[in-house]
Design a binder for this molecule. Structure first.
Ligand code: 13P
Length: 256
């Protein structure tokens, strides 16, 4: 499987800033490194300009959210065909910040996955336990419940990535240990094997949470992740380019 490195810029940057950041990343990843798919997910407002900056780069465009209907009276929402028209191939769905601050539910997440699949978009499903859930020994149950709720009644094959993002590891510079990553991904892969037996191996399972250019490799090697969902470090072009280069076949060969 190709490694998958996804930049989640969150709510950072104007159109012009996004275009400049994307151009710097694209310039420094030309030609596109082999063995790795790189996806940039800017805010909605920057998608158009970032798409132009990525033209012919081999890098992909993603959104940070999507609504589950294709059109209608849904003030403030963005529909899947609007994203595909901009050239998006991926969408982050169910990020913990949306679950915590914007009322995102497991049921809504499942509807958003269906919307992605109707339009040929690859959802990047985010799951993860909070610090309180972890302290209460509920990590496995939480991950199981989130993945199962998203896939219940949905048959594979459908394009999908799942990102294990422990909520306590996001944003604060306190990354999970690679062993925690491996344990979380094992739970996720177990649910996939139960529910999507024929295609579980095709689902890229990522880690996200304080990933940077120094620790990324440990999550792929000891943590068994197929790639990374990168927040803060993706706003630093040098750091993000370094992560992508390390993830590429060249980076892997060079490391030996
Ligand atoms: P940080 O890399 O800033 O911890 O963010 C992780 C994240 O939430 C990516 O979706």
């Amino acid at each position: 499987m190709q490694r998958l490195i996804v930049a989640n810029w969150k709510m950072h940057g104007t159109q012009a800033e996004g275009a400049a950041l994307a151009a710097r990343v694209a310039t420094n990843l030309r030609p596109a490194p082999p063995g790795v798919d790189v996806v940039l997910c800017p805010p909605f407002t920057a998608l158009d300009r970032v798409a132009s900056a990525l033209a012919a780069s081999g890098l992909r465009l993603g959104a940070q959210d999507v609504f589950w209907e294709d059109r209608g009276a849904f003030t403030g929402e963005v529909a899947p065909p609007m994203l595909t028209a901009l050239g998006c191939t991926h969408v982050i769905v169910g990020h913990s910040e949306r679950r915590a601050h914007l009322g995102e539910t497991d049921a809504g997440v499942a509807r958003k996955l269906d919307a992605c699949w109707r339009h040929g978009l690859t959802p990047i499903l985010c799951v993860g336990e909070t610090a309180a859930e972890r302290a209460a020994g509920q990590t496995e149950a939480r991950l199981h419940a989130q993945v199962a709720a998203a896939l219940e009644g949905r048959k594979c094959p459908k394009p999908l990535a799942v990102a294990y993002e422990p909520v306590w590891a996001i944003g604060g510079g306190r990354a999970a240990a690679p062993a925690d990553c491996a344990a979380g991904l094992a739970v996720i892969r177990g649910v996939l094997a139960e529910m999507w037996a024929e295609c579980a191996d095709d689902v890229a399972c990522l880690y996200g949470g304080s990933v940077n250019a120094e620790n990324c490799r440990a999550f792929w090697e000891e943590g068994a992740a197929d790639g990374s969902l990168v927040g803060g470090a993706s706003l630093d072009p040098a750091a993000f380019v370094s992560i992508c280069r390390q993830a590429s076949l060249e980076g892997r060969a060079w490391s030996r």
